[in-house]
Each structure stands twice: as C-alpha cells, then as structure tokens.
Write a protein that binds this ligand. Structure first.
Ligand code: FAD
Length: 389
C-alpha cells in the first residue's frame, strides 16, 4: 500500500492534515487505531466542540516560542478552513463553536471533506512499528504502508491512558514528563460541599509567584475542585507540577465586595456565624468557611476573621488528576527535535508531528483544537512546498 503521505492518527490534527494535503492533489492515507476517527472531537466542548478561540496567542500555550510561527500563519486561514468544510462559526466570550453547536456536525463535516478530497482511511489499524529507508514503512496488523512523508498525529494519552510516542524513540525523539491538564484539581480543602457550584475568583500560586487569577464557576467535590474555572486553572497547575513546583490556591468567594464591607455586613447581621455567612454563601460553603476561620457562635466578634476567610480561602492541592480524566496532557514529544516553522523532525527527513503528540498544550477554551488545526496547516504547507530538506 503506497501513498505520498501517511498520517498516523485520525484525530483532529491528523484528519485536518489529510484534508489539506489531499486537496493539494496528494495521495494520502490515515491509519487510525480505533474503529472510528475523530472520537475526541466528538466529545469536545460537552458535545458542542469549542474548536478555536478568538483570543489565540502564543502566551496561551506552554511553549509560546515554539507555537508562534504556526499560530501566525494559520491566523488568517482559520476561518476560510472552517468555511471550506461547510461550517459557520459563532463566538461566546472568545470561545469559538460551530454555529450549530454540534460536535457531531464538525465530525461529519471533516469526514465528508476528507472523503471528497480522496483521503483513504484505515480504521482499526494501529501503527506498531516505523522503519525509514529510502521511504517510510509503517507496520500494522493490516499490512505494511509505504510513503514519502510520515505525519505523526497520535495525540496524547489523555482519556485513553496510553500513547504511541515511543514509536519515535529509536529516531531520537523522546517524550517529556506528562501531567494531566484541563481536568479537576485534587484537593480536600473544601469538605462537605460536594456538588455545590459557586461563582468565585481563583488564584494559583507557586510560592509568591502568581500563576493564574480569574473569576468563574467552581464546582466543589470532597476530593477536588472542579468546574470550568478549575479546568482553566488546571493547565497552569499541570505546567507547574511538571516543573516539580508545589502550588496552592486562594479562593475569593465574594469577588465583588471588599473585605471590610463584608465584615461590616456580618457585624450588623448578628446571630450565628454560619447563618450570617449564608447572606453570601451556600450553607455548605458557609460551614467550610466558618471552620477555616476557626469561628463559632456569635458572628459579631468573628466578623473580621470570617470576612478574611471568605476573601482568602486557602486550598492545598493533592497531586495530580488521573490522566484518564484529563482532556489534555501537558507533555509529549520534546520540541527541540522539531523545526517550529515546518514541524518537521530535525533528525528524520520527511517525518512531521502535529497536535498533542508534540509537547504543546494550550489553555482551556478551544486553544488545543486550534493548535491541532494550525499544526496540520503548517505541515501540509511544508510538504507541498517541498520544504523537507
Ligand atoms: C472530553 C474532551 C473534551 C475536549 N474538549 C475540547 C474543546 O472543547 N476544545 C479544545 O480545544 N480541545 C478539547 N479537547 C482536547 C482536544 O480534543 C485535543 O487537544 C485534540 O483532539 C488533539 O488532537 P490530535 O490530533 O493531536 O489528537 P487526537 O484528536 O487525540 O487524535 C489522535 C488519534 O491518533 C490515534 N492513534 C494513536 N496512536 C495510534 C497508532 N499507533 N496507530 C494509529 N492511530 C493511533 C488515536 O486513536 C486518536 O484517534 C477535549 C478533549 C477531551 C478528551
């Protein structure tokens, strides 16, 4: 089975690269280990597929210098790429979705475009070994596939727990330490409020360095901080964990009031500490805050410490979320081995990598899928331009 370009991985970046290459008239095959392509895209954005973000910029990724050229060249092409698939877009607070708000429609649009362009898909076909002589040979139970270029688009081990990055080890491409990202953050610091949601401000610190500061919705669990705000913070937490740093969080439960204002109100409210706090908080959170402040009984004499705990509730984190529950992995193929303008291997001519297979992770909010499309675009352009010296 001979092709010009073989893509290992029929996920977001692999399928996009296949479409872009086949549209240039190239003979392209996609090998996909699972029985169907684009599984993660189907699950993305809670079934709505948050496929990009209006605020994409290098600083929203772990490796700004590396991603910058790809983001730059794809920035003026993104809209026309989606439109060419028959997708109209809509935006909510920077997050870009298909207008239909249907991940299923995105999957179907990508599949249709690929088939129309002539991409050949081999599903249930796991690449087991790669050999490079004059051409690439990819070995699988379905047979041996031969090509001039090989695009490594195998994604990360988020959700599945295993990845294929070791296939490139013999060519000198190692992978970095991996940590779970875009996921809940394990913590037992807010006990007794499991299932409660609250609008709050969350700050993340490593010593005195502030890593993250944002308002949004938190969902409390006995063993974790979850909800969209925790998911957003988890990228920064994962990157810090990877550097071996210890972090803690600070929750401000009432971000739109000053501490002094809260203390005054509590004093005036009078009565029991926990009941008084219910002016601001869900009763389960009021219990946790009163406990943190060490305050019991009459609110009047505890108003100051309660207000302080409401605005500065310290949360300790307990290690890492299970990788199977993460949406993204912080970690992947070491970037040093790849040219950032073409994403071609600097060790093996004709070998390229895209998406999450590389050690690139973006913030929560469409940044990871955006990287998948942008990296695919760069590779397709490089291959077409014969840029594989
Ligand atoms: C539940 C969930 C929700 C998400 N929501 C969003 C969102 O709303 N917005 C956003 O930006 N990001 C989201 N993400 C992240 C996003 O889906 C990924 O970053 C993106 O899919 C990565 O694309 P990729 O092509 O690198 O890898 P993937 O899409 O993971 O594709 C890799 C493919 O390679 C295949 N493969 C692996 N090894 C082999 C092998 N040896 N042989 C053949 N095939 C192989 C895998 O089966 C897989 O299909 C979400 C992720 C999850 C899990």
């Amino acid at each position: 089975m001979k092709f010009q370009d073989i893509i290992i991985g029929g996920g977001a970046s692999g399928t996009a690269a296949a479409i872009m290459l086949a549209r240039k008239g190239r003979k392209v095959a996609v090998l996909e280990a699972q029985d169907r392509i684009l599984r993660k895209v189907l699950a993305s954005g809670n079934g709505r597929c948050n496929l990009s973000n209006a605020r994409v910029c290098p600083q929203r990724y772990n490796a700004p210098d590396f991603v910058a050229p790809a983001l730059e060249v794809f920035s003026s092409k993104a809209k026309s790429f989606f439109n060419s698939l028959g997708l109209e877009l809509t935006e909510e607070d920077g997050r870009i979705y298909p207008y239909s708000l249907s991940a299923n429609n995105v999957v179907n649009a990508l599949r249709r475009a690929a088939e129309y362009a002539g991409v050949k898909f081999f599903c249930g076909c796991k690449a087991e070994k790669i050999e490079k002589g004059k051409k690439f040979e990819v070995f699988s139970e379905e047979g041996v596939f031969e090509s001039e270029n090989l695009i490594f688009a195998t994604g990360s081990n988020a959700t599945s727990g295993s990845d294929s990055l070791s296939l490139l080890k013999k060519y000198g491409h190692n992978s970095t330490r991996k940590t779970a990202s875009i996921c809940y953050i394990p913590s037992q610091s807010v006990k007794g409020a499991s299932g409660v949601r609250a609008h709050a401000r969350l700050r993340l610190y490593c010593g005195k360095e502030e890593l993250f500061d944002k308002e949004g919705e938190l969902l409390f669990k006995d063993n974790a901080l979850s909800g969209i705000l925790a998911f957003e913070a988890s990228s920064y937490y994962a990157r810090a964990l990877r550097r071996g740093l210890k972090c803690y969080g600070m929750i401000d439960f009432v971000p739109d009031r000053e501490e002094s204002e809260i203390a005054e109100f509590l004093k005036r409210a009078g009565g029991d500490c926990r009941n008084a706090l219910c002016a601001y908080l869900h009763s389960a959170l009021a219990v946790a805050v009163a406990k943190k402040a060490g305050a019991e009984g009459d609110v009047e004499k505890n108003a100051q410490s309660l207000a302080k705990a409401v605005k500065n509730y310290k949360v300790d984190f307990d290690g890492e979320c299970d990788i199977k529950n993460a949406q993204v992995i912080c970690g992947g193929l070491e970037l040093e081995g790849f040219d950032r303008t073409t994403l071609q291997s600097e060790k093996v001519k004709g070998l390229y990598a895209t998406g999450e297979a590389l050690d690139v992770d973006g913030d929560c909010g469409g940044f990871n899928l955006h990287w998948a499309w942008a990296s695919a675009y760069v590779v397709a352009e490089a291959i077409e331009g014969g840029n594989n010296d």
